[in-house]
Design a protein around this ligand. Structure first.
Ligand code: TXA
Ligand code: MG
Length: 325
């Protein structure tokens, strides 16, 4: 495994690696992906092995342009083209009916496929030169925090990835919005930077949100099927309870605040994140990783605001932390 600065030469190496069935760590605007040739089932199987990901958990196929959607999907509704024209390249993945020739290894056995045109110059150049679909989940081990820097990919996957293209820190920092357009009504499957209101404004119709997704406050972490979690026990609490939770100074505590100033001490490491959702999202995973590496007794995250701009962040925090207070 090597981390290579993204240049025309290293992108060419990455293309060769993909063509040979290899795994490439690639930057996108959301998080780093672990890419493989989506039309090579053996290469795609290596993704599942490297991540320890169950094989029924489908992957997103990345494309250079919306004009390739119908290479992978069929019966594409007008709504997909409307959204693609308005947003793409974008942190937005479409679930569409798959073409019969798309391998079920990519789609986890489903008859639908997830497609995304990422808005990152290195990813787009790689996709253009590769001239095909790149299947890429986030480049972390299953259930761990997604990587937002090239070094995170190396730390997560080590020798299980063949080459990592370094395209700098990810601009957005949380995974893409997923919209399912394969059924009767547009359905939001994952919150991301593109919000439900923005999708509805373009589609001129309601976007349905399943119940399980709208519950951004989860009472017991164990209730969630999947966590994007640090290994250190992590909690989140409202600002007004924060100081109360930090009284115990016999334990080593990490604190991630959302704007609040909390004094650090010998036993307490404090990271202050900005109280605007864009910068907060950019930094969240990297800072959780930093705190996780300190081998603390626990981490406390200050609950951010609940408005729509924070939905993606609160969704990830509800999986990474348990609510206390
Ligand atoms: O921002 C992103 O989307 C990043 C970057 C690398 O592009 N990728 C990413 O992939 O987050 P992953 O595999 O970590 O998450 C993909 C999600 C999974 O939760 C999966 O269940 C869902 O997409 N998904 C993929 N195909 C699907 C399908 N056919 N139907 C329903 N959900 C699907
Ligand atoms: Mg993931």
């Amino acid at each position: 495994m090597a981390i290579l600065q993204a240049t025309p030469e290293s992108i060419e190496l990455a293309v060769q690696c993909l063509k040979n069935g290899g795994l490439v760590g690639m930057p996108t605007e959301t998080v780093y992906g672990l890419g493989a040739d989506a039309s090579n089932p053996d290469a795609v199987k290596r993704i599942f092995a490297a991540k320890n990901r169950p094989e029924n958990h489908p992957l997103i196929v990345h494309l250079a342009s919306a004009s390739q959607l119908d290479d992978w999907a069929q019966a594409i509704p007008e709504s997909a083209y409307k959204l693609a024209q308005h947003f793409c390249p974008a942190p937005l993945a479409f679930i569409l009916k798959k073409r019969p020739e798309v391998s079920e290894i990519v789609t986890g056995g489903q008859n639908t496929v997830a497609l995304r045109i990422p808005n990152h110059p290195v990813a787009l150049e790689l996709l253009r030169q590769f001239n095909g679909g790149i299947a890429a989940p986030s480049a972390n081990r299953f259930c761990r925090i997604s990587p937002t820097q090239a070094q995170h990919v190396a730390d997560e996957l080590g020798e299980d990835v063949d080459l990592i293209l370094d395209g700098g820190a990810c601009q957005i920092g949380v995974e893409s919005t997923i919209i399912d357009l394969s059924g009767d009504r547009p359905t939001l499957l994952r919150f991301g930077q593109i919000t439900r209101s923005e999708l509805e404004a373009v589609l001129q119709t309601d976007v349905f949100i399943p119940d399980s997704l709208s519950q951004t406050t989860v009472r017991t972490a164990g209730m969630m099927a999947i966590h994007y979690a640090p290994t250190t026990p992590a909690f989140r609490c409202e600002t007004r309870f924060l100081l109360e939770q930090l009284k115990n100074d016999t334990q080593k505590i990490g604190v991630l605040t959302c704007g609040s100033m909390i004094p650090a001490s010998q036993t307490r490491t404090v990271i202050q994140l900005p109280a605007d959702s864009v910068s907060y999202a950019q930094n969240l995973y990297a800072k959780l990783r930093e705190l996780d590496a300190l081998k603390l007794d626990f981490i406390v995250v200050e609950q951010p605001p609940q408005s729509e701009a924070w939905h993606a962040i609160n969704d990830r925090l509800s999986k990474a932390t348990r609510e206390i207070g």
